[in-house]
Write a protein that binds this ligand. Structure first.
Ligand code: SF4
Length: 297
């Protein structure tokens, strides 16, 4: 369909972002109108908001106690919006490597360091050309809970750490709402270098970089892995499916439980989906034996 007039850049960008929302939800042909939430939905969203807000004020999130300080508000990590390309592309996804032998807990930090050294000043794919910093990972080598996103954004590229922009702040609060601290988790991405313009990684880039991620996963061997967004789900599970068909259940993955949910950047742009994300995180909490913040069943 041709538009009767050219759109200005801002409108076009807004339209593109809206379409990416649709892809995130796994929908391709529909129109949108205001939707009234049911009482249950409204209560679920309120509960999520309250827990995230409460968690954000917890001392565990304060600087100076070994915790990670809240990063300043900055650019939204929007590169996860590659769902559109990830779902559209028909190019292949490389098969998962075989699961490596388990590494004793006390040797995991050294094993991760060895993977980082293997990676070196990596130029294995074209993404190295535009990066400032390789964003390897952040968190505990013995984490029970791991998060995997799509790739670094501008803040991550500048700081060399995953999830440090506004989306990272929300992820921190979501982790705290689960009763955990960020430093108890392990956080990484499908690709370790920022794609130009925060575009979705091309299959060749994701397939080139992800073997290092699989090695990290096998070393940390978390009990639960949460895939944040469609690109992470695609390359971890090895199949392209709309996010809507992957959420809300536990996937068996390399001897652990994998749960798929929305990318935090998506939740920043469409807060109505927070109740769905909270439902996914509650599945993760159940798998971890966490009943509510700070307690176990
Ligand atoms: S994205 Fe991964 S494979 Fe590509 S250059 Fe960066 S570290 Fe290497």
């Amino acid at each position: 369909m041709r538009l009767a007039r050219a759109l200005d850049a801002a409108t076009r960008e807004a339209l593109v972002e809206r379409m990416r929302f649709y892809r995130e939800l796994g929908l391709t042909e529909f129109y949108r109108r205001p939707v009234e939430m049911s009482g249950d939905e409204a209560r679920a969203e309120r509960e999520f908001d309250e827990r995230v807000a409460a968690a954000a004020n917890e001392p565990v999130m304060a600087a100076g106690e070994g915790a990670i300080a809240a990063p300043p508000p900055s650019v939204v990590q929007s590169n996860f919006f590659g769902e559109e390309a990830a779902i559209r592309s028909k190019k292949g996804i490389v098969a998962q490597p075989e699961i490596s032998a388990a590494v004793p807990a006390e040797e995991r930090a050294a094993a991760l360091k060895a993977i980082r050294e293997d990676l070196g000043d990596c130029t294995r794919c074209a993404l190295h050309k535009g990066r400032h910093t390789i964003v390897f990972a952040d968190g505990s080598a013995t984490a029970r809970l791991m998060f995997v996103g799509e790739g670094p954004g501008a803040d991550e590229d500048a700081q060399g750490l995953p999830f440090v922009g506004r989306a990272g702040q929300l992820l921190n609060n979501m982790i705290a709402a689960m009763g955990l601290k960020r430093e108890e988790c392990y956080i990484a991405n499908i690709v370790k270098c920022r794609p130009p313009g925060n575009r979705t990684p091309e299959p060749v880039e994701a397939n080139t970089c992800s073997p290092f991620l699989f090695r990290q996963i096998d070393v940390v061997r978390p009990q639960v892995l949460v895939a944040l967004g469609a690109t992470a789900a695609t390359y971890l599970l090895g199949a392209r499916q709309p996010l809507a068909g992957l959420r809300g259940r536990v996937h068996a993955f390399r001897g652990m439980s994998l749960i798929v949910t929305y990318h935090p950047a998506f939740l920043l742009r469409d807060p109505r989906q927070k109740k769905e994300a909270w439902a996914d995180l509650q599945i993760a909490m159940k798998e971890l034996g966490l009943k509510k913040a700070g307690t176990r069943e």
